[in-house]
Design a protein around this ligand. Structure first.
Ligand code: CA
Length: 408
């Protein structure tokens, strides 16, 4: 299994979390023959990947287990809708998450300071990851991991990858790291406040409260320290910022742009690049790449720590959401997430505005599913109908124009 294949799965997990809310209901579930499932489990038990799993652990956790076809629907789901970066930021870095982040930052100050001293990762960055990954522990995912991973190990197109994760999940239970009834997560098996895959857990999880268990589900100190350890292992450099919003001089040639094309700060200075407010670029980063998420919108210089955030989920927009949220958490006086507006005349909606949109659509008789602030398949279908009736382009996208059209 290549790293890129793993990354594509993780990126899908995030995309599903953001764009679907609940699983898509449009495709029928693939066939999952119970006899085939039982025979597959027996074969797995005898295979090399499961050699550290005792017969008792295997039997106790798989007795009476039925496959879950809905995880295969999620695995095969092709997002029909690509989310503009400004919608992504409007939802992931909204007022609610910033306020919750600032509160969490204060509440967990002592733990975060110990993490800074012992692991060397900025407390605001750790808090930012926590907020985007699980909304500060509010969204852990409710699917039993063993059932999801056993299904994905026996059916579908990524079986060899998921077998490793299934074995790691059983090892977590065998070692008593997490109680069986707490080992729940996303359809793909990401779990806990940090949404680690089971193999990621064994590479990065830390027992920070000293009770002998690495409990990233119920122990906030364990979860936050594990996040920091993940970033450290991904190359995070203590004391460096992730980057900053910048201003390009008129006529700047952006052909060499890209997170990976790092140049010394002096080279950017010579090219006329400044901080967004016009001040000179600081010396806090040795080198940086130019990140342009959308032409004509905010532009950033990003360093090695942005790459560490990127490795959390292999998405630049995702890493940028964490980065911008962490800045808003670290600077309570800062009023705007980005200074340069996103290049759109129809900005995206916060989760609160998504809920308002869903309520207003429901009040007009549209079926939006659950009013949860997540724009899933059902809400998107309702949006299309409403747009059509209002004489708007039926894109299915939730934006400010539609919300205003529905407001009294
Ligand atoms: Ca612990």
């Amino acid at each position: 299994m290549t790293t890129s294949a793993v990354r594509s799965i993780l990126a899908t997990v995030v995309l599903c979390a953001v764009s679907l809310g609940s699983q898509a209901q449009d495709a029928p579930p693939p066939a999952t023959d119970p006899a085939q499932f039982q025979s597959c489990l027996r074969n797995l038990q005898g295979s090399a990947a499961f050699k550290t799993i005792t017969p008792a652990t295997f039997a106790n956790n798989t007795a009476g287990l039925q496959p879950d076809p809905s995880v295969l629907v999620a695995l095969n789901h092709q997002p029909e809708f690509s989310i503009p970066v400004w919608d992504y930021m409007a939802m992931l870095v909204d007022k609610e998450r910033i306020a919750n982040g600032r509160a969490a930052f204060v509440k967990w100050h002592d733990v975060l300071e110990r993490i800074r001293q012992q692991i060397g990762v900025d407390p605001a960055v750790v808090t930012g990851v926590w907020g985007v990954e699980s909304n500060f522990g509010q969204n852990l995912g409710g699917r039993p991991l063993v059932r999801s991973l056993a299904t994905l190990s026996c059916f579908g197109r990524r079986q060899s990858y998921f077998r490793g994760e299934f074995a790691a999940a059983l090892r977590i239970l065998q070692e008593g790291q997490i109680p069986p009834d707490k080992l729940n997560g996303s359809w793909a098996g990401a779990f806990g406040q940090t949404q680690f895959m089971p193999s990621t857990f064994f590479r990065n999880a830390v027992d920070f409260d000293g009770d002998g268990r690495r409990d990233i589900v119920d122990s906030v100190p364990d979860a936050l320290a594990s996040t920091a350890q993940f970033l450290k292992n991904a190359g995070y450099r203590s004391g460096e910022p992730w980057g900053f919003e910048v201003k390009l001089p008129p006529g700047f040639d952006t052909t060499g742009a890209g997170r990976k094309n790092k140049r010394p700060m002096e080279s950017w200075r010579r090219a006329g690049v400044t901080l967004v407010d016009g001040r000179p670029l600081p010396d806090t980063l040795p080198s940086a790449g130019l990140l342009i998420p959308a032409a004509g919108g905010p532009t950033f210089l990003v360093g090695r720590n942005f790459d560490a955030l990127y490795s959390y989920n292999a998405s630049e927009n995702y890493a940028l959401a964490i980065a911008l949220l962490s800045d808003m958490i670290a600077h309570p006086d800062r009023a705007v997430v980005v200074v340069t507006p996103w290049p759109t005349d129809d900005p995206g909606l916060s989760r609160a505005e998504n809920r308002e949109l869903q309520q207003r659509l429901a009040a007009r008789g549209y079926d939006v599913g659950t009013v949860d602030g997540m724009i899933g398949t059902q809400t998107r279908a309702a949006i299309k109908q409403a747009q059509q009736r209002l004489g708007m382009q039926p894109t299915g996208r939730a934006g400010q124009k539609l919300l205003r059209a529905l407001q009294p």
